[in-house]
Write a protein that binds this ligand. Structure first.
Ligand code: ACO
Length: 433
């Protein structure tokens, strides 16, 4: 017999089904609650609400476990390439050599973007934030590739849009960077793999056939893999909810990019470096800044610390911290902000404020230091996060469609005014907000 939980309201008892996930996590199915009882649940910020059943990513915040399609993040970061992980997330299994070669070939076939899209780059002010440009450019792909708008999509149609989006994202991100420098853009070269092609378009020059340092390719692969999916976070939930209205993939992902931009989410990687720089300029007194972070009257928060789900440690942060040390050593870079970051972490991990609230470094605490060492300007960091998260958003959008999930539409508890009569303008009193 299937497990149920009893809910008692007044003198009535209701049996609510219990759903058990494959890693034994439990949920109370309240999908019939309102019909049965007239009640809805209230969970601001969705701290306890499962929005879907998903087979893509599993994470255990208490034990610090993260797996994509059952594979531990540590193994994927060490052994696979970003494109392999993208395939795994989107199609559910690790690709064979033939499948990955074919995937790479199809992507290379679509890396060019329509020449008319270059006019967008010319139209943006030279100092506009790369995330603002990215969200607009990704949404505009639907105008250039209208097959994504067909009301009935075959699996081939969906795969074509997925391939185009993965392919064109690298070109768009590189060109945003080139344009920010005022440099000419570099066109993709099909001989390169996914990550190398991206780095070639970003750091290459038109006149020479630049070889990208394998250390940089490896570092980029690891960073992108670690960011590739993270189940139902703010941006992914946005992609799923926008997609649930049957909006096309480009605009669903564009919405996810907007959600990622905020400093409490993906924008934290930019905010971390800005914070570390500020601490450095201020003399590097980490104790002073820890004190500020603890002061409830001070809006300062320790950026890159804390996570909605990880309450023990973030497994991605562990891998990134080690990668950060390795890469800086390999590239022969001595970055003072890395020392400040390590000191902050050390002090915070012993401080009762952070210990009691289970605040640990998250994926963004060290990633910015690596991006900087690779040569990216601070404002590009969140765009790189978006490049990494793209396969996750695509996989989640595809799963939502395949599961035929209904349009996302939460309820609310109304707490506003009741039954007011309209007041003519000359009779209104000033109400200060
Ligand atoms: N510095 C200081 N105090 C913090 C921090 C921080 N970074 N993070 C949380 N706290 C405190 C809160 O003030 C709160 O204290 P209280 O209980 O005394 O009121 C307590 O810890 C719980 O914090 P919440 O904000 O309620 O936790 P929530 O789960 O809602 O937020 C979040 C998680 C948004 C990540 C938060 O920890 C934060 O703002 N961190 C800094 C921004 C950041 O690094 N974001 C990236 C997250 S990873 C990612 O999205 C890729």
């Amino acid at each position: 017999m299937s497990e149920t939980i009893q809910l008692k309201i007044g003198d009535k008892t209701y049996d609510l089904p219990v759903i058990t996930g494959s890693e034994d996590e439990k949920a109370i199915d309240i999908s019939k609650l309102r019909d049965l009882t007239g009640y809805v649940t209230l969970d601001i910020g969705y701290k306890n609400t499962g929005a879907t059943k998903s087979a893509i990513t599993f994470l255990d915040g208490e034990l610090g476990i993260l797996k994509y399609r059952g594979y531990p993040i540590e193994q994927l970061a060490q052994k696979s390439s970003f494109l392999e992980v993208a395939y795994l997330l989107i199609y559910g299994a690790l690709p064979t050599a033939e499948q990955i070669a074919d995937f790479q070939r199809q992507i290379n076939h679509h890396t060019l973007i329509h020449e008319d899209m270059k006019k967008f780059f010319d139209g943006f002010p030279s100092h506009s934030h790369p995330m603002g440009q990215l969200t607009a450019l990704i949404s505009s792909l639907s105008a250039f590739y209208p097959e994504s708008l067909k009301p009935v999509q075959t699996a081939e149609d969906v795969n074509l849009t997925i391939t185009k989006l993965l392919a064109k994202m690298t070109t768009i991100v590189s060109w945003i960077y080139k344009k920010s420098l005022g440099h000419p853009v570099i066109y993709p070269q099909n001989k390169h793999d996914y990550v190398t092609n991206f780095l070639y378009m970003t750091f290459g020059q038109r006149t020479e056939d630049v070889t990208i340092d394998p250390v940089i390719v490896e570092a980029m692969n690891v960073l992108l893999i670690l960011h590739a999916d993270h189940e139902q976070n703010c941006s992914t939930s946005t992609v799923r909810i926008v997609g649930s209205s049957e909006a096309n993939l480009y605009s669903s992902v564009s919405a996810g990019i907007s959600a990622l931009w905020g400093p409490l989410h993906g924008g934290a990687n930019q905010a971390v470096i800005e914070m570390l720089e500020k601490i450095k300029e201020d003399g590097g007194d980490t104790d002073k800044w820890i004190k500020k972070a603890k002061d409830k009257n001070d809006p300062f928060r320790l950026m890159g610390f804390g996570h909605r789900v990880y309450k023990n440690f973030d497994p991605r942060a562990k891998i990134i911290k080690k990668a950060c040390d390795d890469i800086l050593e390999k590239l022969g870079i001595d970055d003072e902000v890395l020392e400040i970051a390590k000191r902050l972490e050390e002090v915070a991990l012993k401080d009762p404020y952070f210990v009691e609230r289970k605040l640990y470094p998250n994926v963004d605490f060290y990633s910015g230091i690596i991006y900087r060492a690779l040569g990216f300007p601070t404002e590009m960091f969140t765009v790189l996060f978006a490049l990494g998260r793209l396969p996750g958003w695509i996989a989640q959008w595809k799963e939502m469609k395949e599961n035929k999930e209904p349009i996302g539409r939460p309820r609310q508890i109304y707490v506003g005014a009741i039954d007011r009569d309209y007041i003519e303008m000359d009779k209104r009193e000033l109400v200060t907000q």
